[in-house]
Design a protein around this ligand. Sequence first.
Ligand code: AKG
Length: 268
Amino acid sequence: MKVAVIQLAYGDDESVAERTDRVVALVEAQAGHDLVVLPELWPAGGFDYGRWSERAEPLDGPVATALSAAARRAGVTLHGGSIVERGTPVGDGDHGVWNTSLVFGPDGTLVARYRKIHRFGFGEGEPMLMDAGHELVVLDVPTADGPPVRVGLSTCYDLRFPELYRRLLDDGARVLVVPAAWPMRRVAHWTLLGQARAVENQCVVVQCNTAGTHARHEMGGHSQVVDATGNVLAAAGAEQEVLSIDIDTAAVDIWRRDFPVLADRRLS
Ligand SMILES: O=C(O)CCC(=O)C(=O)O
């Protein structure tokens, strides 16, 4: 499965429309890949809490529409990172706002939507302004030269909660995708936890972080693709960069057969 990881850099002086045009051009340049991944909350700004409300949009809003068209023109499955989604509140006191990942198929159809389950901010930011998602999402991503690959979704802070990934594993995931706006000051946790999730679940982990500095937060970059044995197959630096890698998904099954640690699980 050919994967492109777009580690996008942005600051504060760019409109959402300008950033969307830039992202669309980057996505379209990845034609020939099976899966293209963008970072968390790139349209609204990962830490730009004060602008989230004005930048929130529904699932058929301008950013989603542009991403759908970009996926279709590039002929790729596009994991669009995430948007601040505005929808209908589910319960009393809910905001009707989520940190939502959208995945578009090569024909531009929305094939998956994942609302971030673990909200980051310790009482500020996400827990104050957004609702938590509740649904696990695993989908089959088509590939040009093999069978579809089962991919589990998660977002940024979710990476700290291993029980989520066990559930994705039990739903058949062989590849785990993690878009993020993870700060530089804790970037060592980002790379370490990505490798840990790969090793403990015997899955490939695809991590797409943000670069640049916005809302006074320096983003950590260091996106990476980790194989099911924990080896880092591709790693970005701190600046904007696109990783392109051909992942051998058959190697996941070979590793699980040769080192069948998952068969020894006793608690579930
Ligand atoms: O867990 C962390 O250190 C960062 C998480 C984060 O920035 C996020 O989920 O947006």
